[in-house]
Structures are given as C-alpha cells and as structure tokens.
Design a protein around this ligand. Structure first.
Ligand code: PHE
Length: 455
C-alpha cells in the first residue's frame, strides 16, 4: 500500500488516501444518528466549528508526527521523544483503540452485508415502506443472522489484510468513494422530495438552542475525531507516507472539508427520509437501516428497477467504504503483532479475527439477547462505542497535540508546517495554527473530556 501511494505521490493521492480512511461508516451511519440524538441543527453547527477549530489542528499535529518520524504510530512518539518512557507507553494506545473499534465497526459492516443481500433479492422493493423500515428491529435483535454477517464481514476484511492489501481493493475503493457520493446525491434528491421531508430539512437547518447542552459539545467533538480517523494512529501512519515536499495544510484541510461535506450530505439524504417515514430521529444506531429501506420501498412503488439498482449499489458502496476503513483498523493490530512478536502475517490475522470477532459477537448480541446486560446504563455495543469515541480518542488526540505543542521544539513544528519556510501562506498562518495546537485544542479536549464524567 505504501509503495503504491508513494509512487502516485502528489496532493490528490494523499487527499484520496486520507479521505478513504476518513470517509466510512462514521459519516453515513454514525453522523446522522448522532445529529438525531443530540439536538439536530445545534449539533451540526457545533460539529462544523469543532472540526475546523479543533479537529483540523489535531489532524495537522498527527500528520506532522507521522511525517517527521517516518515510522508506524507506536514507534513515532518514542522516536521523536528519544525513547521517553511515557511517550513509548502512549504509542500503545494507538494500537488498542483501532482494535477495539474494529470489534463493533464490523457489526455495522455485517448489517450492511445483510441489507445488500436483501437488496439483491429485491426484498425492500417488494415490501411496503413501513415493512422495510420495520425490518431492522427484529433483524438486529435476532441471535444468529447479525452475528453471522458480522463474522462474514470481518472474515473478508481479515482475509484481505492477510493477503496484503491487493491493488484490486485499492482501485475499487477509489471508484467506490465517487460512486457513493453520486448515490448519496441521488438519495438526497429523492428523499427531500418525499411528503413530510421538509420537517427533516428544517431539523437540520434550524437550531433549537435549548437542545444545546455540554454533552452536545462532547459528542460533537468525539464524532468529529472519529470521522476524521483521529486519535487512533491512522493519520499518523498516513502522515508517514506524505512526502516532504507536500503542503500538509492543503492536504489536511482538503481531507477535513471532504469528510465534512460527506457527513452533511449524508445528513440531508437521511434526515428527511427519517421524518417522512415517521421514525424517531433519536432512534440510535439503527437510524439509516430504518430510513433508507423506507426510501427504497417508496421509490420501488413507482420505479422498481431504478430503486432496486440504487439500493444494491448503495449498500455495496457502504460495504466497500466500511471495509476499506476496517482494513486499516485491523492492519494496525496486525502489523504491531508481526513486529513485536515476529509472528507471521497469517497468524497475526487469525488472532485479530478471533479477538475482534469474539468481542464483536457480544456487541452484536447487545441488540437482542444481551440487551439487558448493561454497564453504567449502556449496552455492550454502546459501551464500546462510547469508551472509544468519547474517552480513548479524546485522550489520544490530546496526547498528540500536547506532543506537538509542548514536546516537539517550535522550530521543528514550524519546519514541518512551512516546509522549512518555503510556503509563504503557511508562514503567515503559522502563529495562529501553532496557538490552536498549543493552547486551544488541548484545553478544549480536556474540558470536553471531563464534561463526559461530570454532566
Ligand atoms: N473514520 C472512519 C469512519 O468515519 C473510521 C476509521 C477510523 C477508519 C480510523 C479507519 C481508521 O468511518
């Protein structure tokens, strides 16, 4: 993967690689239900501001750590801090987090596989819209199918990782992002034209400031980090592939803006359908699996062929987007095991499959047989997601900005940001960006981190 990306070189290749990691289930599946659970437009506004003022500086910090150290995420901190014990330890977090996320990420991947198969057998087109959106509840709660689908999704992901990331998948993912984009636009156009959809558009555009609680900030920030693949080693690793000639501001901003656009588009494709279908916007993780089939079933009444084709392509594109992201999640643990214990790639993959597969089964069952098994009021699935997105990601992102703002010498940061003073625009922006990295981002993350516990 590395050599290929390096060979392509150039700004577009870097942006595409980073956007490929960033754009995934976080944008299509997670963002819309977070919006629904945490106050609609108010959440969206906080999300946009947080992305530009906090996540972008964190993103820059991670790219700098990667590019400067030119090594994997675990060793990057150690190398740049000259083997300081604390930072060596911090590097381990970048292995733990993606592995934990892979456990439940692949459960959602499994749901997409089931929905893809259902689309292929023309099930949604034949159902009434109400049946199509009602399919999700009993499906997710059933003990077998979701578990099997989760294992199938994870199995394919791990198999790809085991064989090395083949160029086929790389090429496929390059096509799948534009395809997904076009399909989302199509669904958006249809979805806003549904009767009752206006309410959904209004929900996204008119903030109700009463809905804005300290928790909104915490969740918006967690979502923004999650969506940009921050705080889990992925961007540090990609950063290590970025050439010294590249302008990291353009590539980082390009990635952040495309990720943001994708999330907002997904919001506008899904929320109107949610309202048109009469689904509760705060319905949680099942939101897109309830609202999108409703759209397809409704569309199917008038245009069955088009609806069937779009639904098949849509779920396929989601699977591919999710799989390319999940591959990079699993790859982090695999490469770590291989380097640390000189294990073969195959064996490392098997271990990850068993570990993530096993824990993922618990996450999957928490929608059905284990729904009552709760820790601190959360189901196992929610516990995994909450711990990763609202605790571990924030912690890791904090470590990254503190590292760049306080541990790395200012001249090194300046050198990375301006390519040794050669980029005039970056030169002018440097004091502001450095201030954001050194002060604003760490303080914001700490405040938000504690909000999670206090409120
Ligand atoms: N950012 C991805 C998403 O939005 C999740 C992810 C994080 C994938 C880190 C890979 C690495 O779905």
């Amino acid at each position: 993967m590395t050599t290929k990306r390096e060979k392509f070189g150039g700004r577009m290749a870097v942006i595409l690689a980073m956007a490929g990691s960033a754009i995934g289930l976080g944008n299509i599946w997670r963002f819309p239900y977070m919006v629904g659970e945490h106050g609609g437009a108010a959440f969206v506004i906080v999300y946009v501001v947080a992305t530009l003022l906090i996540s972008l500086p964190v993103f820059l910090a991670e790219v700098m750590i990667g590019r400067r150290s030119h090594t994997n995420s675990r060793d990057a901190f150690a190398r740049l801090s000259r083997q300081h014990p604390f930072w060596k330890w911090a590097g381990y977090l970048t292995i733990l987090i993606p592995t934990l996320i892979a456990c439940y990420y692949s459960v959602i991947g499994g749901w997409s596989v089931e929905y893809f198969l259902k689309s292929c057998s023309l099930s949604f087109v034949r159902m009434s819209p109400e049946e199509a959106s009602g399919f999700f509840g009993p499906f997710a709660a059933s003990p077998w199918t979701p578990v099997i689908m989760h294992l199938i999704f994870l199995g394919i992901t791990v198999a790809v990782v085991a064989g090395g990331v083949k160029s086929g998948i790389e090429k496929f993912s390059k096509i799948s992002l534009p395809v997904l984009f076009v399909l989302i636009l199509m669904i958006l156009t249809y979805s806003v034209s549904l009767p009752g959809a206006g309410e959904g558009v209004r929900y996204l555009l008119h903030p109700d400031w009463n809905e804005l609680t300290p928790r909104t900030f915490a969740y918006a920030m967690g979502q923004s980090f999650y969506s940009l693949s921050l705080g889990m080693g992925a961007i540090i690793t990609y950063g290590s592939y970025v050439s010294k000639k590249e302008n990291i501001l353009t590539t980082s901003a390009g990635t952040a803006v495309s990720d943001l656009l994708f999330a907002i588009l997904a919001g506008f494709a899904i929320m109107p359908a949610v309202f048109a279908a009469g689904i509760e916007p705060g319905a949680g993780p099942g939101l897109i699996f309830q609202s999108i089939p409703y759209v397809f079933a409704k569309m199917g009444a008038g245009m069955p062929v088009l609806s069937a084709a779009v639904s098949i392509l849509f779920f396929l594109a989601i699977i591919v987007a999710a799989m390319t992201s999940c591959i990079s999640l699993v790859e982090v643990g695999v490469s770590f095991l291989m380097e640390r214990s000189r294990m073969s790639r195959g064996r490392a993959c098997l271990i990850l499959f068993l570990l993530c597969g096993g824990l993922g089964v618990l996450c999957s069952l928490s929608f059905g047989p284990l729904a009552d098994a709760k820790v601190a009021g959360m189901t196992i699935f929610d516990l995994f997601d909450w711990t990763c997105s609202n605790i571990l990601l924030l912690l890791m992102a904090l470590l990254a900005v503190v590292f760049v703002g306080w541990i790395l010498p200012r001249r090194v940061v300046h050198d990375e940001f301006t390519n040794g003073g050669r980029l005039a625009f970056n030169e002018r922006l440097f004091p502001a960006v450095y201030f954001l990295i050194k002060w604003v981002a760490p303080i914001a993350v700490v405040v938000i981190f504690f909000t999670n516990f206090i409120l």
